[in-house]
Design a protein around this ligand. Structure first.
Ligand SMILES: *Cc1c(COP(=O)(O)O)cnc(C)c1O
Length: 354
């Protein structure tokens, strides 16, 4: 006899981590990580916390909550932390949906969404992107049923880099029933330079059924420490605290996040370097003949279709690790100028057409 487990877990694909490099001259452009190491002030803040790690962390992350409430102009009870914003996304799903409910999202988008839906027992409903790699908001609104409890919108979208416009997001919200939670996942918002793009926080202020996800993993370079947060209506936020993993956000992560907020200028310079590199890489790839959709994130998307897996292995042979979605495309993170150059010359060698 075998141990009885939840049958629906058999349908969950394992989360795929970007390739782990072996060897010093391998460029890892597969996980949208920040190429810069920690700022010295952040390093010092983490080191200062080490003497206290025999104690549990502050479960309410009070200092950080207060600080972010000021930054965003929201109230502290509307902010809930997670071990990365992916944990906050799990909290939102746990609090909103269960067996028989539907969780709606665009596809392809963040690969955690269908996994999260299945884990909480809900049914994932994936609505294909438009031909120009954007959320198809009309089709998504059409896909809402009485069972829909939560909608994820990802802007800029992982893995295509496209953003939602302010007006189209408003038009979508107007079509969503007020008792359905719309979660705007802004993991890459700091890299966004498009004036017409929607702002999750503004939407949160205007609509009582909107929540926002932010992370310290990408622009702030703290992926290894695991800290992100949801901004949600107070009654939703109270439920997120109930379903959160107790003490899931470490004291080291809280201190590093606070120190990062004290170093916004230094971080903004780094983010500026990354967005400049993004434009350089996208421009050169277009010159090479690749179709690159406009990206507002720290990665570019190549819809290479059936060639995707083969191109990814050609890149790996040349020391460049990217994220392949076989049959669909490749996502290439923006790294150091050296890593980006390696990716550009490898892609030139492989060729945009064959
Ligand atoms: C990377 C990413 C996240 C979250 O990352 P965490 O490290 O868990 O904070 C969330 N959403 C999207 C779309 C991402 O790409």
């Amino acid at each position: 006899m075998t141990v009885r487990q939840r049958a629906e877990l058999e349908e969950i694909p394992a989360y795929t981590q970007g390739a782990i490099p072996e060897g010093a001259d391998i460029h890892k452009l597969s996980s949208n990580e920040n190429p810069y190491g920690p700022l010295s002030s952040v390093r010092e803040a983490i080191a200062a916390q080490l003497t206290g790690i025999n104690r549990y962390p502050d479960m309410g992350a009070h200092a950080l909550t207060q600080r972010l409430a000021e930054v965003h102009g929201v109230s502290p009870e509307q902010i809930v932390f997670g071990a990365g914003s992916v944990e906050a996304a799990f909290q939102l799903a746990h609090a909103s949906a269960g067996a028989g409910d539907e969780i709606l999202f665009a596809w392809r988008s963040f690969e955690a969404y269908p996994i999260i839906a299945r884990v909480v027992g809900a049914t994932p409903v994936a609505v294909p992107l438009t031909a120009d790699e954007r959320h198809d908001l009309d089709a998504m609104a059409d896909a809402i049923t009485p069972r829909t409890r939560l909608v994820f919108l990802c802007t800029p979208n992982n893995p295509t880099g496209t953003v939602l416009g302010r007006d189209e997001a408003e038009a979508f919200l107007a079509r969503v029933p007020g008792d359905v939670l719309v979660v705007i996942d802004e993991a890459y918002v700091h890299f966004q330079r498009d004036e017409g793009a929607v702002s999750g926080i503004e939407m949160f202020r205007r609509h009582p059924n909107v929540a926002v996800l932010h992370t310290f993993s990408k622009a702030y370079g703290l992926a290894g420490l695991r800290i992100g947060y949801a901004i949600a209506p107070a009654e939703v936020a109270a439920n997120l605290r109930k379903v959160a993993v107790p003490f899931g956000v470490t004291s080291l992560a809280q201190s590093a996040a606070l120190a990062s907020l004290d170093a916004e200028d230094e971080l903004a310079r780094r983010i500026g370097e990354i967005t400049a590199e993004r434009e350089r890489v996208a421009g050169q790839l277009r010159e090479q003949g690749w179709a690159v959709p406009p990206t507002q994130a720290n990665f570019v998307w190549l819809r290479a279709g059936e060639r995707s897996a083969q191109i990814a292995s050609g890149l790996a042979e040349r020391g460049v690790l990217v994220r392949a979605f076989p049959g669909e495309g490749l996502r290439i993170s923006i790294g150091s100028a050296e890593a980006n150059d390696a990716a550009l010359s490898a892609l030139r060698a492989i060729g945009a057409e064959s």
